[in-house]
Write a protein that binds this ligand. Structure first.
Ligand code: AMP
Length: 249
């Protein structure tokens, strides 16, 4: 069975982003870009399913401008078999991404789609869920363990206060949480090999998908700065200050 993995190119998690002066968004010009960390985990899981003989082909998909090819090559270097870039200069919101993934699911007929639980740029946490809804497939989000037996996937999900185990029939969507696995690094020979793996480019228009934004970003602002700390002489002063502090009875 085929697996599709969605990989988004985002500003690297180590980069401290700055808000543009006009508040219209984040200034990503010249920032280091990388694969969304949760998508690295999704790719690793798909590759492990292939290594276990459960999945026959892993198809990595990225949606965005031409440099997303680098992100796809990274996925190919850690074990994906082929890649599809949905090339567009348009701003892609989760619903647009989900519709594009649906078009590819209809074309490729995967039994499982793996996405990250959220993209660290928009923090939307919506694409996998929307894709499952559009396809009418079951979904298991925030997966921390995945086991597939025949047509049934058993998924452990991280929820408030514990772990929930759910069972669902394939085809299905799984979104990867942090503890699902520890992604491997791409080795140099595999990076070289990845250059020869197939990478196809399509457009939203060719897939017949309207990706026009449904949400309008009104304003992006920095979080409030933390006030400077204070030093107290002893525990008695600390207790007194806490007692007098606003909101403390
Ligand atoms: P989000 O709903 O934006 O938080 O994204 C959740 C997941 O959907 C990401 O971790 C990716 O796996 C996938 N995804 C969202 N946008 C894209 C994109 N432009 N290209 C590829 N995958 C995407």
């Amino acid at each position: 069975m085929k697996a599709i993995v969605a990989v988004k190119r985002v500003v690297d998690y180590n980069v401290k982003v700055r808000v543009k002066a006009d508040g219209s968004g984040v200034d990503a010009a010249n920032a280091k870009m990388s694969m969304n960390p949760f998508d690295e985990i999704a790719v690793e899981e798909a590759v492990r399913l292939k290594e276990a003989g459960i999945v026959s082909e892993v198809i990595a998909v990225s949606i965005g401008a031409a440099p997303c090819q680098d992100t796809l090559r990274t996925a190919l270097a850690v074990g994906a078999d082929r890649a599809i870039l949905v090339e567009t200069g348009a701003e892609i919101q989760p619903l647009g991404a989900a519709k594009l993934l649906r078009a590819l699911c209809e074309r490729e007929s995967p039994r499982i789609v793996l996405t990250g639980k959220q993209a660290i740029d928009d923090d939307a946490n919506q694409t996998g869920q929307m894709l499952a809804a559009l396809m009418g497939w079951p979904q298991a989000t925030f997966a921390s363990r995945l086991a597939i037996d025949g047509d049934v996937a058993t998924v452990e999900r991280e929820i408030d206060g514990g772990v929930e185990t759910v069972e669902m029939r394939l085809p299905a969507v799984v979104t990867a949480d942090l503890r699902l696995n520890q992604p491997r690094y791409a080795t140099l020979p595999n990076i070289m090999r990845a250059r020869k793996k197939p990478l196809e480019t399509v457009t939203p228009e060719a897939l017949g998908v309207d990706v026009s934004p449904r949400l309008e970003i009104l304003k992006v602002s920095e979080p409030p700065r933390r006030a400077a700390g204070i030093r107290v002489a002893d525990v008695a002063e600390l207790a007194a200050r806490l007692r007098d502090a606003e909101g403390v009875a």
